[in-house]
Ligand binder design. Structure first.
Ligand SMILES: Cc1cc2nc3c(=O)[nH]c(=O)nc-3n(C[C@H](O)[C@H](O)[C@H](O)COP(=O)(O)O)c2cc1C
Length: 187
């Protein structure tokens, strides 16, 4: 059975991570539903160039704008196998923690939580203040998984491309999908 995963991209730094995650999921034949926030328009443009959002969209099976609240992923009746928000800004993290649901990205995440499906958040901020940590604890208690983009320093990474691959593959692994050879495992 083909897996169906929502990939959320917010306005945190790390657009390359979103790109690599979508690349790997595509190679694994996972059906991806891409939703980005309004904030992501600026950060993705800054990090991937003017056609950044288009680059991301070209890798996804289905794409949604940030405000289309009538989209399938806004409803629990639309079955998905989980969602990853990568990178996850502190604003989106807070929106998920308090069920803002004021855009399609945070609404889709809220649906995942209420349906008790898997939600993986890849937060990108450092250092963290108490409010960030409290929001992370809150979403963890609600069932989400906080998976910071921490590279496996024991893996034989030669360059930034290797590092991105390893971090993206770990997010996919945390979702419960086997990233196969994309992820170096400790033996
Ligand atoms: C280039 C760029 C990089 C940013 N990096 C981060 C970041 O790493 N973490 C973060 O929480 N916000 C970051 N921001 C700020 C967010 O984009 C901003 O708070 C935005 O309102 C987030 O909204 P969203 O969560 O709806 O995307 C960055 C903004 C820009 C333009």
């Amino acid at each position: 059975m083909t897996k169906r995963i929502i990939v959320g991209v917010s306005g945190a730094s790390g657009a390359q991570l979103a790109l690599k995650t979508l690349e790997i999921l595509k190679a694994l034949n996972v059906e991806t539903h891409l939703v980005h926030s309004k904030g992501a328009v600026a950060s993705v443009q800054h990090e991937l160039g003017d056609d950044g959002i288009e680059q991301l969209k070209s890798l996804a099976s289905v794409t949604y704008g940030p405000n289309k609240m009538t989209s399938a992923i806004a409803s629990g009746s639309f079955h998905t196998d989980g969602m990853i928000i990568t990178p996850c800004s502190m604003r989106t993290l807070s929106g998920v923690a308090y069920s803002f649901s004021d855009n399609l990205l945070s609404r889709a995440a809220d649906v995942i939580l209420k349906e008790r499906r898997k939600l993986v958040l890849v937060p990108r901020e450092t250092p963290l203040h108490e409010g960030h940590l409290e929001a992370m604890l809150k979403v963890t208690r609600m069932g989400a998984i906080i998976a910071p983009p921490v590279p496996p320093f024991y893996a034989d990474m030669k360059n930034a491309t290797d590092l991105l691959k390893e971090v993206a593959a770990r997010g996919i692994h945390t979702l419960g999908i086997d990233p196969g050879a994309y992820m170096t495992r400790w033996k």
